[in-house]
Design a protein around this ligand. Structure first.
Ligand code: G
Ligand code: G
Ligand code: G
Ligand code: NA
Ligand code: MN
Length: 252
């Protein structure tokens, strides 16, 4: 199809780039790592929204190629990074890639390419991406986890899955979707669904990352409820690789 050709051309002409959104550790107030978010700027200067081109790549059977391209772009960016050992790099992984025969190989290759940073790579998986081939995927994730890769469940609470995958898949982090953070109205009030998700995560010994924090009040609320990691415009927007390095120097 033509969208497939557009994606191929975009990759060939270097139209894709990666933005990195900082994640804050509320316990020590320091930068814990980043989530990699893909961007596409066409040759005419216009930007294609990531939700549009990611969905199109999935529909057109191109998401594996596009994610491999992303991993290459990140590795290139990382060549000039100065970050502490253990720095987290979150990668969004789609269902097709998890089920692809070369998935483990692709992640290992990426890990080797950025090994000089001694990073902690975290694979961000949505509930939707875990619906099919559960046994196969669980086995692969277990294998990668034994090699130091971490696994996060992303956009938690927004998918169509039941809670069964919380006991089926080996997980390290639960990322609370921004719609739940949005529901916070005061620092000392109650937000029943959000509070229950946080308790569930703690009971399962999962680390919690809350997404979409836009106000100091939301940050305060989450801190008071034992959430360790936050991500959102209030702390930092997604930044280009160069902007991230400047941001790190200015926010020690
Ligand atoms: O980055 P926002 O900044 O607009 O991203 C929109 C959506 O696109 C999010 O749901 C995000 O998870 C998804 N997304 C961004 N980059 C990637 C990527 O590299 N791979 C996948 N699978 N999804 C991505
Ligand atoms: O990176 P951020 O989540 O703020 O981007 C919001 C939207 O703006 C993205 O979904 C993307 O389509 C577009 N975008 C991303 N980076 C840039 C940029 O550097 N310049 C412009 N004009 N648009 C961008
Ligand atoms: O992978 P995921 O779907 O969680 O992607 C994160 C999305 O959330 C990206 O589109 C990113 O640009 C966006 N985002 C990050 N921080 C904020 C925020 O504080 N507010 C809003 N509205 N969106 C955010
Ligand atoms: Na994500
Ligand atoms: Mn998310």
């Amino acid at each position: 199809s033509s969208y497939r050709d557009e994606l191929r051309r975009g990759m060939a002409f270097g139209e894709f780039s990666v933005h990195y959104q900082p994640v804050c550790n509320l316990v020590n107030g320091q930068l814990a790592g980043v989530e990699a978010l893909m961007r596409w700027q066409r040759s005419d200067g216009s930007w294609v929204r990531p939700d549009i081109f990611i969905a199109a790549a999935e529909a057109e059977g191109m998401i594996v190629q596009l994610t491999r391209h992303l991993l290459q772009l990140i590795a290139k960016d990382c060549a000039s990074w100065k970050v502490p050992a253990g720095f987290h790099i979150g990668i969004n992984v789609a269902a097709d890639h998890l089920q692809h025969e070369d998935f483990v190989k692709d992640i290992r290759g990426f890990s080797q390419n950025i090994a000089h940073l001694l990073p902690t790579i975290t694979l961000e998986l949505t509930e939707r991406s875990l619906i099919s081939e559960g046994d196969l995927v669980a086995h692969r994730l277990a294998e990668l986890r034994s090699e130091g890769i971490r696994v996060a469940i992303d956009d938690f609470g927004t998918g169509h899955c039941s809670l069964t995958y919380l006991q089926t898949f080996p997980l390290d982090y639960l990322k609370i979707d921004k719609s739940f953070v949005n529901a916070i109205e005061s620092a000392d009030g109650e937000t029943p669904i959000l509070d229950t998700i946080i308790q569930l995560a703690h009971r399962l010994a999962l680390q919690v990352v809350a997404e979409g924090i836009e106000t100091p009040l939301q940050m305060e609320y989450l801190k008071n409820h034992g959430v360790v990691f936050i991500q959102g415009f209030y702390y930092a927007r997604p930044l280009s690789s160069a902007a991230l390095m400047v941001w790190i120097e200015q926010n020690p």
